[in-house]
Design a protein around this ligand. Structure first.
Ligand SMILES: Nc1ncnc2c1ncn2[C@@H]1O[C@H](COP(=O)(O)OP(=O)(O)OP(=O)(O)O)[C@@H](O)[C@H]1O
Length: 305
């Protein structure tokens, strides 16, 4: 079964198209990144996939349930962490969680041990009976994550889950996300934190009103050719020889490494031949992985499909 399966999904608000032509699948056990600039249509997409908004066109199935017709079943299998924690400030952490248990018609006694284990994991154990109004931003965010998990959802949508968290708490959340995926759940992560996306996601979709790219993170990071060459000794001494090549590639040297930017992968053999000709002893030459951020910015600028 596919965790999420999206076909031709579109949403229009009056004459404005928020997003259109979306097609993608996300497998159980996968952490899938949904990326795009502000106003790109990520929240609209998530709202359609969680049954909060009816699509204008297309269809999507989430854990087998149609977002058009299976609203009730859909709500049982999806968990949604929105950008704003949206907790009841005057209620205690426990009562906030109880409220959600009631909404999902869950038996508190049955559910609480699992919820308690999340509270412990996120460092909130012992604070269950304190009012949320007195919680720090990070504590609220962590409580909101626990609330998202109350009904043991199979498909979890997380909008900026580590926003406002200190590095240690952010790590705890990332580890928890990876574990939730390892348990066979489907996770969709919306984030502008591309370093985090790089660490957590196996695949990403980049949207800007439509799908600009969808690929495994590792594959995206190899797009646009760059060659990472390891040589014996100081690499800097070969920069000049490379600059004299007919296509004069931009080259960065650091220690025994060269990063050679290429217009085309077909230029790689010339780079290696040039280095060897200049007396370099080449240990390895492999396609370089670029930071996801660099590839993402390029995609958004070019808006290419
Ligand atoms: N209820 C609505 N009524 C009218 N237009 C809307 C509505 N919701 C979203 N839009 C429009 O749809 C487009 C996509 O918005 P959306 O909130 O989905 O973007 P986003 O990618 O989540 O942005 P951000 O990163 O800022 O959260 C925007 O142009 C927005 O103004």
């Amino acid at each position: 079964m596919s965790g999420i399966s999206v076909q031709g999904l579109a949403k229009r608000f009056g004459t404005r198209t928020a997003v259109e032509g979306l097609d993608f699948d996300v497998r159980p056990g996968e952490v899938f990144g949904l990326l795009g600039p502000n106003g790109a249509g990520k929240t609209t997409t998530v709202r359609m996939l969680t049954g909060l908004l009816q699509p204008s066109e297309g269809e999507a199935r989430v854990w087998g349930h149609s977002v058009r017709t299976d609203g009730e079943a859909l709500r049982r299998v999806v968990g949604l962490l929105t950008e704003q924690p949206g907790l009841y400030e005057r209620l205690s952490a426990r009562d906030n969680l109880r409220f959600f248990m009631k909404l999902h018609e869950l038996d508190e006694r049955q559910v609480w041990p699992r919820v308690q284990s999340y509270l412990e994991r996120f460092g909130l154990a012992g604070r269950e009976d304190d009012a949320c109004g007195g919680f720090s931003k990070g504590m609220r965010q962590k409580l909101a994550i626990v609330r998202t998990l109350v009904h043991d959802p199979k498909v979890i949508f997380l909008d900026e889950p580590t926003s406002g968290l200190d590095p240690e708490s952010a790590r705890t959340v990332r580890d928890a996300v990876a574990e939730l995926a390892a348990e066979g759940r489907t996770i969709v992560l919306c984030s502008h934190n591309l370093a985090e996306v790089e660490r957590l996601c196996t695949r990403v979709a980049v949207v800007k009103g439509r799908l600009l790219a969808m690929a495994p993170v590792n594959e995206l990071r190899r797009t646009g050719s760059a060659l990472e060459v390891k040589v014996e000794g100081e690499a800097g001494r070969y920069v000049e020889a490379l600059a004299a090549l007919p296509f004069a590639p931009n080259t960065l040297a650091e220690g025994g490494r060269l990063r050679v930017m290429l217009a085309d992968e077909a230029q790689a053999p010339d780079v290696v031949a040039c280095l060897v000709g200049a007396g370099a002893r080449v240990r390895s030459a492999v396609p370089a992985q670029r930071p996801l951020e660099e590839v993402y910015l390029e995609l958004i600028r070019e808006g290419r499909v």
